[in-house]
Design a protein. Structure first.
Length: 123
């Protein structure tokens, strides 16, 4: 997988919801958005785990200084939960997830539980 991907809502076509950094390594997932001051509009981070789980899909917002929109997806890339995550807290999805998309909170207006997302290498 490329370092950057474009994330789309399945069947919606058109513009991507977000361009996200593919984040599969342990260190990349551990760091996440820690110490970042902001995200650019249309930017995100897709955290990839080896398998689905609730605990393994939890996120921490320690040393993340701004709210983010979080979208949890299962192995079939179906949205299982969303939330606006605030700094200095821990979040756990309501259902098992394998992928976690961290992005601008405004993206959540275009996504709801049950939607499917897809991605491809950014052009």
């Amino acid at each position: 997988m490329a370092e950057w991907i474009d994330v789309f809502k399945s069947g919606a076509g058109g513009q991507p919801l977000v361009r996200a950094r593919w984040c599969q390594s342990f260190l990349c997932r551990l760091r996440g958005l820690t110490f970042r001051q902001s995200l650019e509009p249309g930017e995100g981070l897709l955290l990839v785990d080896r398998s689905e789980g609730r605990m393994s899909a939890s996120i921490h917002m320690w040393m993340v200084f701004f709210p983010i929109g979080v979208i949890w997806l299962n192995s079939r890339r179906a949205v299982v939960d969303t939330i606006v995550a605030k700094p200095w807290r821990i979040y756990l999805p309501s259902a098992a997830a394998q992928y976690i998309l961290e992005t601008q909170p405004g993206v959540l207006a275009d996504v709801q539980v049950g939607d499917r997302l897809e991605w491809r290498d950014a052009s």
